[in-house]
Design a protein. Structure first.
Length: 337
């Protein structure tokens, strides 16, 4: 375990450095190509998961896509062999096991998420509860392992039909100040996708284990129509935040050839998503205000799987950093309040 972890870290670092060098080799003056698209506003639906049946989904067959490497396979295998050799040389005579602590309690398993393997887990920790998600379902636990809610089927929660997968979750403690958005309060934020939409939800407050706490859920169209009329579908979404915004990234695949097209960034203001902390009412999502941008590099290899960071900024301080195969990038967001 110890050796494998070091190898993984070395591999990631080596691949990242190689790609940064490749990106820097682009001729001077060539800027990354980005395209902005506008998405129509989406009305949120107020839901109370405590009033939904607590049963796991039946499960469906996930969509299969070809594996996409940020570098060509030969380069990937060469770099992998290099870091494995370096790890072996460094570990001579130092082989040992650094066993981690035993799990404190089980959460959701394969049977709770419709049988997906791997289940693609998500975890967010609030002051009084833990939210854990897998493909097609989520649940709440306390710190002792008692299940407080769930499993709740994503289909019921988002008012959808079909598979909703690739969950991500965060707890926004920074919004729990007096000037926090829509009445303050810390919020749980949950993200998944059905391949066409981003399924997004935000809790009314920091205690979704309370039976009166509601959520606002949104199905935000994630499909773009390109200049040639072709369309794409969403995979591998990721979620980040700063003091003012939620950042959603994804990989887009062609609906025609099923091939990777580009990575994409969507920016939503928290004010357009978070429920009112007093009434629980949902705002109208203004996703079209900031729009969505393709993330493309100036030259090969194409950027993929960007991971937005989560900063601990207080509300109304907007800056986000996300990582790509070329290393970190930052964006300071204009005002959208």
């Amino acid at each position: 375990m110890y050796t494998s972890r070091k190898r993984l870290l070395l591999l990631l670092a080596t691949v990242s450095m190689a790609l940064v060098a490749s990106a820097q080799a682009v001729p001077a003056g060539a800027a990354p190509a980005t395209t902005r698209h506008v998405v129509s506003p989406v009305k949120g639906a107020r839901v109370n998961p405590h009033q939904m049946p607590t049963q796991p989904p039946a499960g469906e067959t996930p969509r299969e896509v070809s594996r996409h490497y940020p570098v060509d396979r030969a380069t990937y295998e060469r770099l992998k062999a290099q870091v494995n050799a370096a790890a072996d040389a460094r570990d001579q005579g130092l082989q040992r096991s650094l066993g981690g602590p035993a799990p404190r309690f089980p959460t959701l398993g394969l049977a709770d998420g419709g049988g997906w393997n791997p289940p693609d887990g998500a975890l967010a920790v609030g002051p009084t509860s833990l939210l854990t998600g897998v493909n097609e379902a989520f649940a709440l636990f306390n710190e002792s392992g008692a299940e407080l809610l769930g499993p709740i089927n994503f289909d019921s929660f988002f008012g959808e039909s079909g598979s909703i997968y690739d969950p991500r979750a965060l707890f926004d403690a920074g919004n729990g100040i007096v000037s926090g958005y829509n009445g303050g309060q810390g919020r749980f934020v949950l993200l998944a996708t059905d391949g066409t939409n981003f399924a997004l939800a935000a809790s009314e407050n920091a205690s979704p284990e309370n039976s009166a706490t509601t959520w606002c859920t949104y199905l935000v169209n994630g499909v773009t129509t390109n200049a040639d009329g072709s369309t794409d579908w969403v995979d591998y979404p990721a979620l980040g935040m700063d003091g003012d915004y939620l950042y959603i990234t994804s990989n887009q695949f062609s609906n025609g050839s099923n091939s990777f097209q580009y990575a994409r960034l969507m920016i939503l203001s928290k004010a357009s998503v978070y429920p009112d902390a007093t009434t629980g009412s949902c705002p109208r999502s203004r996703v079209g205000t900031r729009g969505i941008c393709r993330i493309r590099a100036a030259g090969p290899p194409s950027a993929s799987s960007p991971r937005p960071s989560r900063t601990r900024c207080p509300a109304r301080v907007g800056r986000c950093i996300w990582s790509t195969p070329y290393g970190p990038a930052a964006r300071t967001c204009p005002s959208d309040r």
